[in-house]
Write a protein that binds this ligand. Sequence first.
Ligand SMILES: Cc1cc2nc3c(=O)[nH]c(=O)nc-3n(C[C@H](O)[C@H](O)[C@H](O)COP(=O)(O)OP(=O)(O)OC[C@H]3O[C@@H](n4cnc5c(N)ncnc54)[C@H](O)[C@@H]3O)c2cc1C
Length: 464
Amino acid sequence: MKYRQAVDEIRRELGDEAVSTDPDDLEYHGYSEFSTSNTDERPIAIVRPESTEQVSAIAKICTKYRVPMTPFGSKSSVEGSFSSPFSGICIDMCEMNKIVEFHPQDMDIVVQAGVNWMVLNEEIKDSGLFLPPDPGPTAFIGGMVATNCSGTNAMGYGTMKDYVVNLTVVLADGTIIKTRQRPRKTSAGYNLNSLFTGSEGTLGIITQATLKLAVLPTNLSVATAAFGSIHAAAAAASTMVRSGLPLIALELMDEEQMRSINKNGGTEGRMWDENPTLFLKFSGTVNSVKDSAKEAQAICRKHGSRTFESVSGQKEIDSLWSARKRALFAVFAAKPKDSVFWATDVAVPISRMADLIEESRARAAGYGIWNGVIGHAGDGNFHQALFYHPDKAGDKEKVKDCVDTMIERAVEMEGTVTGEHGIGIGKKECLVKELGLPTVGVMKALKDTLDPHWLLNPGKVFDE
Ligand SMILES: Cc1cc2nc3c(=O)[nH]c(=O)nc-3n(C[C@H](O)[C@H](O)[C@H](O)COP(=O)(O)OP(=O)(O)OC[C@H]3O[C@@H](n4cnc5c(N)ncnc54)[C@H](O)[C@@H]3O)c2cc1C
């Protein structure tokens, strides 16, 4: 009843066109086949605000009626972070998609939370600047900040947290705050940017952000090298990092990932060597990127690479890199009929990554479960994708055991239960395993202070 009253009041405040209760719309906002943690509940209404003030009005009404509110970007997160396990209002940020101010001289940009990162980079490309974090292609800035996302560029450019200058945030009671002004650096007070970055919509609704930009590299070269084993590929990766090569991306795909690319017809007419493969990207001057590729080739050869190919023209770069770009979609397309996808990520100190990948693959193989690994090798962060058949007795339990064991081992190796995907619903217990109750207790105290009725994205990160 109170949920309906809240929806009616939001309609009166924002207008009919801002509120949807269409069943298909509710379904769309409650489920994703990319997500490992879908729930059966759906939001009662989808609200599409156009301004910070409208978001504030929604929050005030939800607090008045004690209705859960879930901020929603492009739903590309994979741990169930955007779903609505307690129903309530889904706040879809898609109408807040404006670039508010662009300051090329200051190398920053002010955007609303519903701006897509690829659209943003297309809009500003003539300025020679770009926003480096590159998660799922559909992701919005608000979701990217809320998950502290990264992607293939993280090795050279860092993660989303490194690009936040300030945030405008609506708190649960509707209060609007701005975390700081527009300086490149500051020591003024607590770092609230960091508090909201990675908070998965549980502490506030981000409506606007000022983001740092990086200079678009003018010269790039890309190389691929296939190896006989994950360990050999990881050892080559580690040597390259230690040698100080100007790598901006260093990615690893195992043989199953490479096979799934081929199963999908390869890339642009090309079929790939089905072995663990490193994908390298360098930036620098015209000559230095070529020299870097040569140096990388020598290192890869030393570690027994079977193939090495490097290119520096833009068309060739796009072609060679396309296998890495299409990796997740290729796995998805190769998914056995009626199977369910479970993708998870962990990060460990770089020197432990190969051990954990090999262990995790062996465990899944022992169960007869298909699995493939993609690693952001330069950061010790990797994803294992597994499939199970929900109707096959014990299949899901086997996959769960694989995931749980990998996570436990990552924690034992002083790593983290998620390098970039977040906790969402799926990894709540793991957070305690990684950080311990006292640390999670501090997080809960912050949640209590900012959202005393636990209305913002309840059921995520940890329970009340
Ligand atoms: C093909 C594919 C590839 C991917 N590759 C990567 C990768 O390389 N690296 C990586 O890090 N991730 C990757 N991801 C995951 C995903 O793209 C990121 O987690 C992304 O940051 C989510 O953004 P989103 O807009 O889709 O957010 P959503 O999924 O809609 O939401 C994510 C979380 O943020 C919260 N949220 C959304 N908007 C706001 C807001 N305005 N204020 C407060 N909270 C908000 C939501 O409540 C939810 O908790 C990939 C996903 C796919 C499908």
